[in-house]
Ligand binder design. Structure first.
Ligand code: ZN
Length: 116
């Protein structure tokens, strides 16, 4: 009986893991806007809010020197996570730093945000 429960629990864990993995692999964040939230120009440190097309908002920190580099990204807790659906802190968006960074470069989002 205990073995059966263990197996059932393991299966449950595997299926949950797979579902999360599939969502993670298929999620494609699209940036709809970027706003500067704060900066320390002297040290080249900037905080931006990234608005995604699905309503998710992320806070990112950048170091400008020697070149723009994303040092941290986290989801703002205004809407549930689009990947794991948690409405509290999770680390899912960390997996998309590279994808978002590419869009930021391609669309010159940081230049636009700073110019405002
Ligand atoms: Zn999440």
């Amino acid at each position: 009986m205990s073995k059966y429960l263990l197996d059932e629990h393991s299966l449950d864990f595997v299926s949950k893991f797979n579902i999360k993995w599939v969502i993670l692999m298929s999620y494609r964040p699209i940036i709809s806007n970027v706003e500067e939230a704060s900066n320390n120009e002297k040290d080249g440190l900037y905080e931006f809010i990234i608005y995604l097309a699905d309503g998710t908002q992320c806070r990112t920190f950048y170091n400008r020197y020697p070149e723009w580099k994303m040092t941290n990204i986290s989801r703002l807790l205004k809407t549930p996570c689009p990947i794991c659906r948690k409405d509290f802190i999770c680390k899912c968006m960390e997996n998309f730093g590279g994808v978002l960074q590419q869009q930021i470069i391609d669309n010159e989002w940081l230049e636009k945000a700073i110019a405002k």
